[in-house]
Design a protein. Structure first.
Length: 91
């Protein structure tokens, strides 16, 4: 048994395959790639096959190709807009 877990895949009527990791879309496959993936799942450990196709090597956070490290959060790291004190206008 592999260390990969939390993967699920679904096929669509148009032949596309979507791979989810812990409920979030991790990869979408079309055409020949989708067929190769389905053949690989049929022949092996489905969790490990999905981890391989997504690029999750089991070494921690994220999906292959996702941004990692400081400053890659959706809202940045705060450097572009430093903290600013505001004064209330009297009046």
């Amino acid at each position: 048994m592999s260390g990969a877990e939390g993967f699920r895949f679904a096929t669509r009527t148009n032949g596309e395959v979507t791979i989810f990791h812990h409920g979030k879309l991790a990869k979408m496959l079309k055409d020949e790639s989708a067929q190769q993936f389905l053949a690989a799942v049929k022949d092996g450990d489905d969790q490990q096959v999905m981890a391989d196709w997504v690029g999750n090597d089991g070494q921690g956070g994220g999906v292959a190709g996702s941004a990692q490290g400081p400053g890659t959060h959706l809202h940045g790291n705060g450097e572009a807009h430093p903290h600013q004190e505001f004064r209330r206008k009297s009046g």
